[in-house]
Design a protein around this ligand. Sequence first.
Ligand SMILES: *[C@@H]1O[C@H](CO)[C@@H](O)[C@H](O)[C@H]1NC(C)=O
Ligand SMILES: *[C@@H]1O[C@H](CO)[C@@H](O)[C@H](O)[C@H]1NC(C)=O
Ligand SMILES: *[C@@H]1O[C@H](CO)[C@@H](O)[C@H](O)[C@H]1NC(C)=O
Ligand SMILES: *[C@@H]1O[C@H](CO)[C@@H](O)[C@H](O)[C@H]1NC(C)=O
Ligand SMILES: *[C@@H]1O[C@H](CO)[C@@H](O)[C@H](O)[C@H]1NC(C)=O
Ligand SMILES: *[C@@H]1O[C@H](CO)[C@@H](O)[C@H](O)[C@H]1NC(C)=O
Ligand SMILES: *[C@@H]1O[C@H](CO)[C@@H](O)[C@H](O)[C@H]1NC(C)=O
Ligand SMILES: *[C@@H]1O[C@H](CO)[C@@H](O)[C@H](O)[C@H]1NC(C)=O
Ligand SMILES: *[C@@H]1O[C@H](CO)[C@@H](O)[C@H](O)[C@H]1NC(C)=O
Length: 511
Amino acid sequence: MKPRPLLLLPLLGTAAAQTAVTIAVPAAPPAHAQLVPSFPVGLSIEQDRFPDWAGHLGVPNNFTRTLLGNVKDRGGTPPPIRVGGTTEDRTWLSPNSSLRYYDDVFPPSSNSSTQKLYPEATIVYAGSDFWRTTANFPQGTEFTFGINLRAQDPAMAAAVATRVWESVRRENVSMRAFEIGNEPDMYGNWSIGLYTSNWNAAAAAIVNATTTSFGAPTFQLFALANPNPRANFTVSGALAAGVAQGAGVKGLAKIASLHHYNGNPSRVSDLMRKSAVSSQVGQFAPEISAAQKAGLQFEFGETGSVGGHGAPGVSNVAGSVIWAVDYVFQALSIGIKRVYFHNGVCYRYNMFQPIAGCNDGSSTSAPHIMPMYHVLLLLAEAVAYPGAVQVAELETGNGDVSAYGVWAANNGTLLRTVIVNSAAYYSNSSAPRSTYAYTLPNLPMPQGGGRPWLRRLAIPGVERNSGVTWAGQSFETESGVPSGTRVDETLVQDTFEGRESEVVVLYMREG
Ligand SMILES: *[C@@H]1O[C@H](CO)[C@@H](O)[C@H](O)[C@H]1NC(C)=O
Ligand SMILES: *[C@@H]1O[C@H](CO)[C@@H](O)[C@H](O)[C@H]1NC(C)=O
Ligand SMILES: *[C@@H]1O[C@H](CO)[C@@H](O)[C@H](O)[C@H]1NC(C)=O
Ligand SMILES: *[C@@H]1O[C@H](CO)[C@@H](O)[C@H](O)[C@H]1NC(C)=O
Ligand SMILES: *[C@@H]1O[C@H](CO)[C@@H](O)[C@H](O)[C@H]1NC(C)=O
Ligand SMILES: *[C@@H]1O[C@H](CO)[C@@H](O)[C@H](O)[C@H]1NC(C)=O
Ligand SMILES: *[C@@H]1O[C@H](CO)[C@@H](O)[C@H](O)[C@H]1NC(C)=O
Ligand SMILES: *[C@@H]1O[C@H](CO)[C@@H](O)[C@H](O)[C@H]1NC(C)=O
Ligand SMILES: *[C@@H]1O[C@H](CO)[C@@H](O)[C@H](O)[C@H]1NC(C)=O
């Protein structure tokens, strides 16, 4: 562990108009705290250009590796990866045995929308080494791979699953689950019945083809775009229709995934608003509870700020990461176990651009991170622990401030407290940035002695697309290796100062 500079906080000025916020942090997890069994933030990667993220065999994408390695350094686990999306159902095994990576057919690009500027492939031919590029991810990376359901070809599904699993096993990363079909509720004319029979046929073929060589597979179910009770495209509707209920498959389905994008906010301040985050997440309560009843872990297998690859000025600006931190903790607090943010090459809502040349509003054409990247770093530290943790939302009495506690699941020790200030500070405004006086009475002291300390996720203004720092360091470097010295601020009294548009993490224990 790096030495920690002791930085005493200035005493609060009496003249400044500050908003006072008092947060009672229970020493033990409250009854409604939710278990978080594993690292809860993943990257969902659009399947058509997966090797652009990974790099080629023997030629890894070092930018991807460094950025994901930073997360592993902080939390002990690299972020899980789901490869899928619309092009999951447009992927075929290439008949050309000399093709190693991919041969994609793209529609013409146009400036009429962010989605059309970097369109998804209409056909993806996956070559012999397409899935082997998983080798380039940090050791221990857990993969979920999408399989084409719309093709209605169980033999191809089985062949792809075999190829994927062979690659992942050989390359020392891990296989978490197969997802058969992306957003089947959007196929156009598929009924729940047609979906069910096709899904079951593909799953049976995959089980049959892989179990002997690799062990029984795990399935991530549904990947629905929107719960639609009238069409039975819901967790309970699809289970009642018979998805994954066949002998030999039942019991292998462990995860219920739904997708969610957060509407069409015109300004990033609308995306960030505390009440918006809780209602966007809260609407999934019936689906979460249906999944729990069926013994499935509920996750957002694909999510993001604004659908259609993100909105300029909303998805690619610094306010988006304040939103993302609140969104993840809000999700964890109501029983969602994992949130995968979607990424595609050059999309606006990405965590980073893995290759050069993206026209995404950034001032650099080199590979670069975007504000959203920092949600990985912050979460890695906030939930870091040798075992599972529990998370609960805490009362703040303030419509712009959310707070969450993180406790060790094994013995209930308070590990961290996270304070998200979602009041939007626009750096181009003439109004000064508001400050807050947070008081956390009776905060338990670290077990090994000393005082709690804090780290900040700082942004220069919600509308800016760079200038974000985490604990005083900048990750906006050419290599992805952070620059600057980590700053820990020791908490010298119960009250400390915060600002609009900022996340503060208080630590009672490291790692
Ligand atoms: C990637 O990193 C490896 C090992 O650090 C190095 O040998 C290689 O040259 C790098 N590749 C590029 C394209 O920078
Ligand atoms: C097969 O793929 C190789 C490698 O990309 C390419 O050179 C060759 O032209 C392809 N053959 C056909 C028939 O498309
Ligand atoms: C989109 O607009 C930019 C800037 O005007 C231009 O350089 C680029 O060629 C355009 N792309 C397409 C696909 O029209
Ligand atoms: C695979 O992982 C194991 C244990 O984590 C390690 O000992 C081994 O060297 C790794 N193999 C390769 C090829 O990276
Ligand atoms: C759905 O539409 C496609 C394309 O229009 C058609 O080929 C297919 O037969 C339809 N399926 C059903 C079940 O109606
Ligand atoms: C299971 O695999 C065997 C041999 O690989 C094959 O003959 C059979 O058709 C498969 N059954 C299904 C349901 O895919
Ligand atoms: C939905 O499921 C219910 C109960 O299983 C069934 O009665 C109903 O017909 C289904 N509706 C559709 C549109 O599939
Ligand atoms: C809780 O468990 C952790 C991990 O085993 C241990 O380091 C810590 O001392 C325990 N704390 C208490 C209060 O028992
Ligand atoms: C500040 O920037 C936002 C977003 O770019 C813009 O909508 C707003 O009009 C700007 N405000 C001023 C005072 O320039």
